[in-house]
Design a protein around this ligand. Structure first.
Ligand code: FHN
Length: 589
């Protein structure tokens, strides 16, 4: 039997000394503006009078629109309300530090002046204008980093680009020719026409080889050595990692990450998508991601006239208003020293200060378990002169450090109230999973030991915190954890899936702990509420009860007895195995 420590799990990004300096501005920013704008804003999700499902910029693919037909949209592109200065101002007001605009999306249309390919906004539209030049000027003037999205693999317009097989025969495609004729020369234009570029945000690496991706990366770095390359260049060649769209990890991530997210459910403008996330949801997500070590790249999709939808503007300004008071707990902040979430909120870090972000009014007698470092003061971020009394003790049975803060007369400011907790040194915390003051215990993948009864585990915990390739009954996850209050606890196992893909359920799992064994089939008994469930439903299965006769440290193991693997559960992005999210213990009623 061999156990593999999670720290040995392959990191998805390159980590070299000089990358760290290059990433400094991006880490400081923590929050950026994504802009999806292109010809797809004209149909705005409607084709031949019919509402087309899925994200707006995929319309050409969804409807298999011939190149010659789709290209006619260009003749109608004349955005009268395009105002680059206002968009950059909006990013600033929102508290964002960078902006990433689609210079060429999968439809192959260049939204900038391209000499390499006439299918571009200056040559093919009656507007004859380069919006990227406007943005470059405004970003320079207003102090925002300019970055470019570029779809390097999918291109439904170029005969050799990936994934248009309704106009072009798949077996005739020569990806190298596509790189030579379009990708590399267009990157040269983007990296020489607009001054310094913060990053090329490559996307959707599906068919390019490692050698081809490496060639693209080298090309970028040769032209602008400081320019970052997003993780979606593929093959682990990015300067930082990206999970899938709108994904919120179950716990802190290791390394540098960025989550990109929509404000409604589309990237490119869609007339009928009115399901806007609330400002409270967005602020909470920003806090959640910062506490887990991830930047937040939040999207707007201007309409065909160049107008940013009013609900987007309102929400970005609301986030900016919150950041104008609490920005110090986000900009340049590092993740929480704890790897797990808290039931009450999140923690971010800056030097020797921890920021406690409360999602609701903090209890008068607040407790935090597991902080080993001495606290020197606690104040409210909005009213720094308001100090709170506190004391630090430890539990007699386990020696677990307990910080108690007396939150008297606190004015909770929706959606998140922040307190600065000053420490005598950088935070040191208990490394094991700990029972929380509300008596719950949550076990997450990144804190598990991955092991196997075979020679080598096939399963791993991915960089995003979920289990990957869990398709074998011999592999297991195991946690050491500390119980502070003996008693009986209800156990819930939570698995997940991307909401548009099938859920892999019906696996018989076994939980063993301290001579107790619980066996159950994963079933969709409930979807847990919370932000994560919007795109990754957190599917709960009740497993029964565990008893802990004394306070102390225990070991819990989760293993499959029987797998329910179906080939239809395998998708382009999912291996079809168990996607483990977490286990929750809560006091038995
Ligand atoms: O296919 C694209 C999609 O259209 C959009 O650009 C998003 C943004 O992250 N990226 C791809 C899907 O992940």
């Amino acid at each position: 039997m061999r156990a593999v420590d999670i720290s040995a799990v392959k990191r998805p990004t390159r980590r070299r000394a000089h990358d760290r300096d290059d990433l400094a501005w991006w880490r400081e920013a923590r929050f950026g503006l994504f802009i999806h704008w292109g010809l797809y804003a004209i149909p705005a999700g409607i084709w031949r009078g019919k509402r087309v499902p899925y994200i707006g910029e995929w319309l050409m693919f969804r409807e298999k629109i011939p190149v010659a037909t789709y290209a006619k949209l260009a003749a109608r592109f004349h955005p009268r309300h395009w105002d680059a200065a206002a968009i950059v101002r909006l990013a600033r007001q929102a508290g964002m530090g960078y902006l990433v605009i689609t210079t060429k999306h999968h439809d192959g249309f260049a939204m900038y002046r391209s000499k390499v390919n006439p299918y571009n906004v200056v040559d093919a539209t009656p507007w004859h204008h380069d919006p990227i030049a406007d943005l470059a000027r405004e970003c320079r003037r207003q102090g925002i980093r300019l970055c470019f999205y570029y779809s390097q693999d999918l291109d439904w317009h170029h005969p050799d680009g990936a994934w248009n097989d309704w106009d072009y025969a798949k077996d005739q495609k020569q990806p190298d020719r596509y790189l030579r004729e379009k990708v590399l020369p267009q990157l040269t234009e983007l990296l020489t026409q607009y001054g310094p570029v913060g990053m090329i945000w490559f996307d959707t690496p599906l068919t390019l080889t490692r050698e081809q991706s490496a060639r693209i990366r080298r090309h970028v770095k040769r032209l602008q050595p400081q320019c970052l390359v997003s993780g979606r260049i593929g093959h682990g060649l990015g300067d930082y990692s990206l999970p899938r769209d709108n994904f919120l990890p179950p716990g802190r991530l290791e390394g540098d990450w960025e989550t990109c997210a929509t404000l409604n459910h589309t990237w490119g403008y869609k007339k009928h998508d009115h399901e806007w996330k609330s400002a409270a949801n967005l602020v909470t997500t920003l806090v959640d991601l910062t506490s887990k070590g991830s930047n937040y790249l939040l999207n707007i999709g201007p309409d065909a006239d160049g107008r940013v939808p009013a609900p987007s503007v309102q929400r970005l300004r609301a986030i900016g208003a919150w950041l104008s008071v609490n920005g110090t707990a986000i900009h340049g902040a590092s993740p929480s020293p704890f790897r797990y979430e808290f039931p009450w909120g999140r923690i971010t870090t800056k030097g020797c200060t921890l920021y406690f972000h409360f999602f609701a009014n903090p209890p008068r007698h607040f407790q935090l378990h597991g902080l080993r470092t001495r606290v020197t003061g606690v104040s409210a971020l909005a009213t720094p002169r308001t100090k709170f009394s506190f004391r630090q003790t430890s539990t007699p049975a386990t020696g677990t450090p307990v910080l108690e803060i007396d939150f008297i007369n606190v004015r909770f400011r929706t959606p998140v109230t922040v307190f600065a907790v000053h420490l005598a040194a950088a935070a040191a915390v208990e490394p094991l999973t700990l029972q929380q003051p509300d008596d719950t215990v949550t076990f997450i993948g990144p804190m598990a030991r991955v092991g196997t009864d075979a020679a080598k585990p096939e399963m791993r915990v991915g960089g995003n915190g979920l289990s990957e390739n869990w398709r074998n009954t011999r592999d297991w996850l195991e946690w050491r954890f500390t119980v502070l209050h003996p008693g009986r606890y209800d156990v819930t196992v939570v698995t997940t899936h991307q909401h548009l893909e099938p859920w892999s359920g019906g696996h018989t799992l076994r939980l063993t702990c301290e001579g107790q064994s619980l066996r159950r089939k994963t079933m969709r008994e409930a979807v847990l509420p919370g932000l994560r469930s919007t795109y990754y439903p957190q599917i709960a299965t009740r497993f029964g009860r565990l008893s802990f006769p004394r306070a102390g440290t225990y070991t819990l193991r989760l293993q499959a007895d029987r797998m329910n693997l179906r080939s239809k559960n395998k998708t382009l992005f999912s291996d079809g195995g168990i996607q483990f999210s977490e286990i929750r213990l809560s006091p038995a009623a």
